[in-house]
Design a protein around this ligand. Sequence first.
Ligand code: ADP
Length: 411
Amino acid sequence: MNVFVLNCGSSSLKYQLINMKNEKVIAQGLVEKIGEEISFLKHTSNCDEIVIEENIKDHNQAIELVLEVLQSREHGVIENMDEINVVGHRVVHAGEKFSGSVLITKAVIDALRENIKLAPLHNPANIIGIEVSKKLMPKTPDVGVFDTAFHQSMPAESFLYALPYEWYQENGVRRYGFHGTSHKYVSERGAEILNKEYYDLKIITCHLGNGASVAAIDHGKVIDTSMGLTPLEGLVMGTRPGDLDPGIIPYIMKERNMTIEEVDQAFNKASGVLGISGLSNDFRELTEAAEKGNKRAELAIDIFCRRVKKYIGAYIALMDGVDLLIFTAGIGENAVDVRAKILSNLENLGIIINQDKNKSRGKEIKISSDSSAVDVYIIPTNEELVIAREAKKIIENNIKNLIIDILNENN
Ligand code: ADP
């Protein structure tokens, strides 16, 4: 079975075609700057790497071009569309509606539309991806895999905010959490590496990328995560502030005469380590600047690390210990000094780092010392593989329903 994994952003899309017999990536790529004058398609397969530059006006045209390249005589990896057996879509926000992946029907699309208000930056592009895929591959089933689903196991004492209860009941205000596919992949992989039962372990996963979140997974179930109703809460991020005093919002609106849209924009695009440093949201640039004596860059990194440490401590308290601590995503996998700073002085909590091993980047490796009670690992994330596995599982489980759905939709 070949799964086409599609991750549509507002002006970009990422894709992978994965052969599920051996879970090998047959081809992968990225379309950037959709809707701008010059857009790019970067496509890589086992034998080929190409870049196409042209005006790609919308997601429809982008997906059409990707499917063309996948089947082309020169760069193709498949003979025809029949070799794509299922499309797995990354969808950011499923609200409380779905606690697992689903076969996408018209009712599912309608439910996702209802969640646009919860993820206005992400869900619209995800829905466009699904609709275009249905149009261009009408015979191929689509499966939705949701960033929020893995966190649906959280108990109410964790997902409820201390706000008027009606805000939850009537407006859906609660913690949902994000990066679920990544937290799921690395935690399951971690148990596999330790050769232990997933359901026996207490695991903390730190997904530290441009967006960043931590999850506490207690005996196989997420019991808390740092992102909330939106991806703004929790850790300090590239351009988002994470936790802050809600009183700042009315205060700064009055002080700086800002609209709610301007505040929202500042929280999403101008805060985090970029806001503190005034320099960059990229940890490579920040580290370089800090080494050259830039105090604000150094401060931004310190504030970021302190917040991650705080969450690790809180989650150890919530689970009464931790067996396995995992670092993943761009910063978690690569930023050696950031990991060292987060993991410093945690000996009393049973965490001792091996400084030599911590110098590793981007590969699966244990970075705790043998005397550490807690195992600490770098595990590169693989969200596409989780999406492909989920899509395969759903298709296999739903094969009968699928035939009925297709017949119904065609009638
Ligand atoms: P996202 O998917 O949320 O955009 P990524 O997981 O790709 O984020 O992480 C991107 C971030 O990872 C970059 O902004 C950069 O700060 C960091 N990063 C990537 N490579 C390195 C590196 N070698 N050293 C330090 N930081 C890195």
